[in-house]
Ligand binder design. Structure first.
Ligand SMILES: Cc1cc2nc3c(=O)[nH]c(=O)nc-3n(C[C@H](O)[C@H](O)[C@H](O)COP(=O)(O)O)c2cc1C
Length: 357
C-alpha cells in the first residue's frame, strides 16, 4: 500500500467560505451549517444532489466490522448529529457511518454559552457542551423516519443525564439503550461521567462500568438481533485505566473500543487569553493525532489486534486517517475536520484512501 502524503489543498471552502464563517462564533456557525445541510438534503432529490456533488463510493472501501457492513471506514464522530436529525445528509456527504448523540434519557440544554471555540492556529475545536440533546423520545422519532433502505450505518453514543445519581447509573444507561436498540446498528457507551482523571480513578469505577455493561449484555441476550457495544476511551486516561478497559473487552462480550475523544490537556498549546476564555473545555482537532495513534497502537497490541477499534481524534486529512488505519484501527471518525476542511472532507478522504489501495 502506498503512503498518502499530507497535502494542504486550497479549496473554495478554505479560501472563500471558511474565512467568512470564522468571523462568527463557533457554535452559531455550527448550527447554521448543520441547518443548511439539513434543509439541502431533506428531500430525496436534495440528498441525491449532495451525494452527487460530495459523495464518493468505491467497492474497495467497503468492509465488515463487528458484523456490520460499512461502505467506507470514515465516520461522523459523536456530537455532529447529536439529535439524530442529520445522519442521512451526513451519509450523502460521503460518511460511511454516523454516530448520533450523545443521547441521554431526557432532553437537556447542555452547558452555558459560549461553549464552543476554535483555535485556527492549531486547527483545534474546544468545547464544554455538556451533551446538549433532544432526549431519547425525540431521537427515536427522528430515527423512525429512517425509511427507504438504511444506506448509512448509524451508531448511538449514549450517556446518563447530567447530575445523575451514581447508584442509578445502570438504570440511567438502560433508559437509553433499551428503547434505541432496534433503531441503530451499534452502540458506543460514553463513560466520561463515570471515569474521570487518573487521580480520581478507583477500582469501583471499573466495577461500575462492568455492571452497566453486564445489564446491557443481559438485555441483548433476549433480543433477536445482535447490536455491537463499544466503550469510548479518553486520551487523558493513564495506562492503568486503559488496561482496565482492555481487560473488560477481553473478558466480557464487549465488541470493541472507540479510541479516543477530546482532551482536557491543552494548556501547553493555548495562549494565556484562550486559557481564560476556554477554561473547562475539552479540545478536539489536529493536536490530538499523535496521542490517538499512540493509544490505538497501545490498545491494539494489548488485545493482540483481535477486537475492532474505531479511532477518533485529530483526523484532518486522508493521510491522518490512513495513519490510524495502519496503526490497527478498523474505522475512523472525525468532527473537527468538518470545521476546518468543510463538507467535501469525507468524500475527498474516501477518494484518497481508494486511490491508495
Ligand atoms: C463541539 C464538540 C462536541 C462533541 N460532542 C460529543 C458528544 O456529545 N459525545 C461524544 O462522545 N463526543 C463528543 N465530541 C468528541 C468527538 O466525538 C471526537 O471524539 C473528538 O472531537 C475528537 O475528534 P476530532 O479531533 O476529529 O474532533 C465532541 C467534540 C466536539 C469538538
Amino acid at each position: 500500500m502506498g503512503k498518502i502524503t499530507h497535502t494542504t489543498q486550497m479549496s473554495f471552502y478554505k479560501s472563500i467560505v471558511r474565512p467568512f464563517l470564522f468571523l462568527f462564533p463557533a457554535e452559531r456557525v455550527r448550527n447554521f451549517a448543520l441547518a443548511a445541510l439539513r434543509i439541502a438534503g431533506s428531500s430525496r432529490f436534495g440528498e441525491w444532489c449532495l451525494s452527487h456533488i460530495y459523495g464518493y463510493r468505491h467497492p474497495s472501501l467497503e468492509k465488515e466490522v463487528f458484523g456490520v457492513r460499512f461502505r467506507n471506514p470514515i465516520g461522523a464522530a459523536a456530537g455532529l448529529d447529536r439529535d439524530a436529525r442529520l445522519y442521512r445528509q451526513l451519509g450523502a456527504l460521503g460518511f460511511g457511518f454516523v454516530e448520533i448523540g450523545t443521547i441521554t434519557p431526557k432532553e437537556q440544554p447542555g452547558g452555558i454559552r459560549p461553549r464552543m471555540f476554535r483555535i485556527p492556529r492549531l486547527q483545534a475545536v474546544l468545547h464544554r457542551m455538556g451533551h446538549p440533546n433532544c432526549g431519547i423520545e425525540k431521537a427515536i422519532d427522528h430515527l423512525r423516519r429512517r425509511a427507504h433502505g438504511k444506506r448509512v450505518v448509524v451508531g448511538a453514543n449514549i450517556a446518563p443525564n447530567s447530575h445523575f445519581a451514581r447508584e442509578n447509573a445502570t438504570k440511567e444507561y438502560l433508559r437509553t439503550f433499551r428503547p434505541l436498540y432496534q433503531y441503530v446498528e451499534y452502540f458506543t457507551i460514553n463513560v466520561s461521567a463515570i471515569i474521570g482523571s487518573p487521580e480520581s480513578y478507583t477500582p469501583q469505577d471499573k466495577e461500575l462500568v462492568e455492571e452497566i455493561l453486564e445489564a446491557m449484555f443481559d438485555f441483548r441476550r433476549g433480543q433477536n438481533d445482535y447490536r455491537p457495544i463499544l466503550l469510548k476511551l479518553s486520551p487523558d486516561w493513564d495506562n492503568k485505566q486503559i488496561d482496565d478497559m482492555v481487560s473488560i473487552l477481553v473478558d466480557t462480550p464487549l465488541d470493541g473500543l472507540v479510541v479516543s475523544d477530546c482532551t482536557r490537556q491543552w494548556n501547553n498549546v493555548a495562549s494565556e487569553r484562550n486559557k481564560g476564555r476556554m477554561a473547562g473545555c475539552n479540545m478536539g482537532g489536529a493536536p490530538l493525532i499523535d496521542r490517538t495513534e499512540e493509544m490505538v497502537r497501545y490498545v491494539c497490541s494489548r488485545m493482540d489486534y483481535s477486537y475492532p477499534v474505531i479511532a477518533t481524534g485529530g483526523v484532518m486529512s486522508a493521510a491522518d486517517a490512513q495513519r490510524l488505519l495502519d496503526a490497527g484501527a478498523s474505522l475512523v471518525q472525525c468532527y473537527s475536520a468538518m470545521v476546518y476542511e468543510g463538507p467535501a472532507f469525507p468524500g475527498r478522504t474516501c477518494r484518497a484512501l481508494a486511490q491508495n489501495k
